[in-house]
Design a protein around this ligand. Structure first.
Ligand code: SAM
Ligand code: SF4
Length: 461
């Protein structure tokens, strides 16, 4: 069944009304958000559109508080893995666009293994598999073969434990295949919820069909994938319209499947080969982008928020304080890019934070964060509403925090030098007392000692 839960007039009216929202209404909404209450659409629209610097500062403070309260200092680390750049679509913003003339490539299984080996050597445990859309060159069975190949690989230091998938909207039957291949989250960006803009930037190819794309996460849920991730590509349409679209989409999924987005990604349009940024009339400034991230954090406190290396070092640092809970590190956005990093790979877009994974991870620790490599929820089958009830029960501190500390300890033993190990110990010392449950705290310490002495590697599920 085709749903259209995006009522454009409704969103436009709310955004129009928001222009007249008085500052004291916004202050009251922020007080309610601070107390953990859910805000109305009108309140969120008023937060989004305010230009009052004092209120924006308060929005940032509350987003930061919410994030600390729910997620603590953990930041989940992942890397994208591009397997194919064949594409039948004509997305105006993307360098893989069908009309662009370059030598297309998809990874052979040997090349894939090589990429995964390099990612594993960087310490990654969680990947996001990415591909263009081509039934002929990159059919679902090829994607499934890639996933199986990745999960089958075993290394001295473990294995890739969670493969999230970011491929084009597909059929329920294909989503069932992805489910059976034990993917983590299925991620699909709506790009924009503004139908006319959507049609304008997707002039041809299967992705042209707005409803097919909009209903893809329903099909994924119908096929049993209960961790689904959304996002919009900021810079295509009015960003406030798109945030309201994201929230309506989330509510639709909550109503229908009892669980909304597992994650929301906030990609922002960046330069890419074959596209000209000047052709996109809705650029989003750094200030607006930060306000948007903070408003999303306030609107959906329990949803993970993902930021990629599209953003530069400085912006990532800022947004980590405003709600982001997952970041990519050491990323390449071209097919075969990890093996051939220096040799002119055709990237999907230009990465702005090109620091190595280890320097990103190390700096996170210097800034007081715990880089987390945990995949326990997925491995223990705690997905969909089971994860959400964990988050909402406030038990993240007794489950995710111990796992973050243990997986960081594992990472430091496997990949860290002495300085890194010292930093890890300092974090463990600081964070361990924050585990409220005494038994869990003691067990975590015991496991950490086992990891450090090479006796064994037990994580919680
Ligand atoms: N091909 C699939 C699709 O389009 O749904 C899978 C995802 S594609 C590999 C990853 C995402 O990259 C797209 O959804 C799009 O939002 C984003 N992207 C493409 N070109 C971009 C650009 N120039 N700047 C930022 N993000 C871009
Ligand atoms: Fe193809 Fe995805 Fe790029 Fe569009 S965004 S051209 S579908 S790879």
């Amino acid at each position: 069944m085709i749903n259209n839960f995006i009522n454009q007039d409704y969103i436009n009216n709310i955004l129009e009304d928001a222009k007249f929202a008085k500052d004291d209404i916004i202050c009251r909404a922020l007080d309610r958000a601070q107390r953990g209450e859910t805000l109305t659409h009108n309140e969120i629209a008023a937060l989004l559109t305010t230009e009052n610097p004092a209120l924006i500062t308060r929005i940032f403070e509350i987003a930061d508080n919410i994030k600390r309260r729910i997620y603590g200092s953990r930041i989940v680390i992942f890397a994208p893995l591009y397997v194919s750049n064949y594409c039948e679509n004509f997305c105006a913003y993307c360098s893989f666009n069908h009309s662009h003339n370059f030598k297309r490539k998809k990874l052979s299984m040997d090349e894939l293994r090589n990429e995964v080996k390099i990612l594993e050597m960087m310490g990654h445990k969680r990947l996001a598999l990415e591909a263009g859309e081509s039934d002929e060159e990159c059919p679902i069975d090829y994607i499934i073969e890639c996933i199986k190949t990745i999960y089958d690989m075993k290394f001295e230091n473990g294995e890739i434990r969670r493969v999230n998938v970011n491929i084009a909207a597909t059929s329920t039957e294909n989503y069932r295949k992805l489910k059976n291949a034990q993917i983590g989250t299925y991620i699909l960006f709506q790009e924009t919820y503004h139908e006319q803009t959507y049609e304008h930037v997707h002039p041809a190819g299967p992705k042209k069909d707005f409803s097919w794309h909009l209903n893809a996460l329903d099909r994924a849920q119908d096929a049993g994938i209960d961790d689904v991730g959304g996002g919009v590509l900021f810079g295509l349409a009015d960003p406030y319209f798109d945030v309201m679209g994201l929230l309506l989409h989330n509510e639709h999924l909550e109503k229908k499947y009892n669980t909304g987005f597992h994650t929301i990604s906030v990609p922002r349009l960046c330069p890419a080969k074959g596209m000209n940024m000047e052709n996109f009339p809705n650029p989003v400034s750094d200030e607006t982008f930060a306000k948007i991230a903070a408003c999303i954090r306030i609107a959906v406190p329990f949803t993970g928020m993902i930021l990629s290396t599209r953003e530069n070092h400085e912006m990532r640092k800022k947004l980590l304080r405003l709600g982001i809970s997952q970041i990519s590190a050491g990323s390449c956005t071209g097919v075969g890019g990890y093996a051939k990093r220096e040799s002119g790979i055709h990237s999907q877009f230009i990465v702005s934070d090109d620091r190595s994974a280890v320097s990103i991870i190390s700096e996170l620790m210097d800034d007081g964060y715990i880089p987390s490599f945990c995949t326990a929820c997925y491995r223990g089958g705690r997905t969909g509403d089971r994860f959400m009830s964990l988050a909402k029960s406030g038990q993240i501190g007794n489950v995710c925090l111990p796992n973050a500390l243990m997986t960081l300890c594992e990472y430091s033993m496997d990949y860290g030098n002495d300085v890194f190990k010292e930093k890890t110990n300092a974090i463990i010392k600081k964070e361990l007392p924050l585990i409220e449950n005494t038994n869990i705290r003691e067990k975590t310490l015991e496991n950490i000692k086992n990891i450090q002495s090479g006796k064994g590697r037990d994580f919680f599920v």
